[in-house]
Design a protein around this ligand. Structure first.
Ligand SMILES: [Zn+2]
Length: 442
């Protein structure tokens, strides 16, 4: 995820190279990696009848996990566990920037400057928001550069040299400036008109803004970074489209995307809302996976579509946002009462308080990490269950779970999974596939 800009926008403006938050990004495996050797446990779909009585899902799950060489396991564990720390570093950096903007009274001076430029309130907010967003981007750039460029190269995931990467960063920044400024202007119009109940109306604004973003993303945003085209390989296309038709998904909404431009990760995703919803699998997946694996992944993505996960996640996040805004109101008022004079921040309608809002929001988001991950993980598990029943490819599902293990820890402890995992762990997914297989042997 693209780091910070502003905690409010962070919720809704997604990373340029991945999808918006209500779309569901899946997968990864590394093209360059030798991945898993072919001495897999012999639980192929052509299992003989004799195996039926002896198939033990727990032992089969362990055999799949044991097929990953330990050096590869160590590397992927290190990559994923590094992500835990990045959550903390991003949070601390965002907090530090916010405190700096308040304590240095840079925020107050920016507000004074914007009030000098024009008398029109909405324009004043825009005059504040643009430099604010630019400043935030610049101050958080070093961590952004490490996390999304150097670290991705270090682990062999990235395919871009610096110039095209930075060009996409600038494109993402431009979108953030347009969308973020618009959102901030609308929110402050609400804050001025409803100084007591702004947290309710603010939530509604955020939900409408998020829904609009998710709705237009496949049409106006994603094509700026990647090319989407209908599936071309007939061998794969026909088998995918058969599953789509069987689940009443319009076949014109199944696409192939050139993700290899940015990454070696195998992935697929669902994005959009209502009529713009589409399922896309990436070219890495097409190149690196067998047909059973591709069917397993696509059936999972179709699960998101059929189960309406975009709309459901938006609803759940809307509820969490309302709670977050209610808490923000209490904390904001308390902070202004105590430090308002020192920071030259007057009230909620004063844009000089934007860093304080961002600070409070990032604190709440940080502590809500397990809740947000669990909300998403639960819908991912639903899509897994839909996927295995639709594809009927337990070995394909297990195989792909191992390939995702290249960047996601395969076998975390339960607390770790609860806090940090927005998808079921590899072990959980393989176990689901093996449990299904045990009950569906020929
Ligand atoms: Zn998913």
């Amino acid at each position: 995820m693209m780091p910070h800009t502003l905690a409010l926008v962070l919720l809704v403006i997604a990373s340029p190279t991945t999808s918006t938050f209500a779309s569901t990004q899946d997968s990864p495996a590394q093209a360059a990696s030798p991945t898993i050797p072919d001495n897999r446990p012999s639980y192929n779909s052509n299992t003989t009848a004799g195996d039926t009585k002896h198939f033990d899902p727990a032992a089969a799950t362990q055999a799949w996990l044991d097929s990953v060489p330990s050096n590869q396991r160590e590397k992927s564990d290190a990559y994923f566990e590094g992500g835990y720390w990045l959550i903390l570093w991003n949070f601390l950096l965002t907090g530090a920037i916010c405190v700096f903007l308040l304590e240095s009274r840079l925020s107050a001076r920016l507000r004074d400057f914007s009030e000098g430029v024009t008398n029109i309130r909405n324009l004043q907010i825009a005059c504040y928001a643009v430099p604010y967003l630019l400043l935030f981007y610049a101050l958080s750039f070093p961590l952004n550069l490490y996390e999304n460029f150097f670290r991705e190269h270090q682990y062999g995931m990235a395919t871009q040299s610096f110039a095209p990467w930075f060009r996409e960063q600038l494109l993402g920044l431009s979108l953030t400036l347009v969308g973020g400024t618009f959102l901030v202007v609308v929110l402050y119009a609400v804050f001025r008109r409803a100084p007591r109940t702004w947290w309710i109306w603010g939530t509604i604004v955020m939900i409408i803004f998020s829904a609009t973003l998710v709705l237009i993303a496949p049409v106006y945003i994603e094509p700026l970074f990647n090319t989407y085209k209908p599936l071309s390989d007939p061998k794969i296309r026909d088998r995918i489209l058969a599953m789509a038709r069987a689940n009443e998904i319009p076949v014109k909404q199944v696409f192939e995307v050139d993700a290899s431009r940015q990454t070696t990760r195998v992935s697929a995703n669902v994005s959009g809302l209502l009529g713009t919803t589409r399922v896309a699998l990436n070219d890495n997946l097409l190149k690196q996976c067998t047909v059973p694996e591709i069917r397993a992944v696509m059936a999972h993505e179709m699960g998101h579509y059929v189960l309406d996960h975009g709309a459901k996640l938006l609803t759940y996040l809307g509820i969490l946002m309302l709670i977050g805004f209610a808490l923000t109101r209490i904390l904001f008022n308390a902070a202004v009462k105590r430090w308002g004079k020192r920071w030259h921040v007057r009230d909620i309608a004063d844009p000089a308080g934007l860093p304080l809002l961002a600070l409070i929001f990032s604190i709440l988001l940080f502590f809500a990490t397990p809740i947000l991950n669990t909300v998403v993980r639960v819908t991912e598990r639903e899509a897994d269950a839909f996927g295995i029943n639709t594809s009927r490819e337990p070995d394909g599902m297990a195989q792909v779970a191992l390939k995702l293990g290249v960047y996601r820890k395969l076998n975390p402890n339960p607390l770790e999974e609860f806090i940090f995992f927005d998808h079921p762990s590899g072990r959980g997914r393989i176990r689901m596939a093996m449990d299904w297989k045990a009950e569906n042997l020929p």
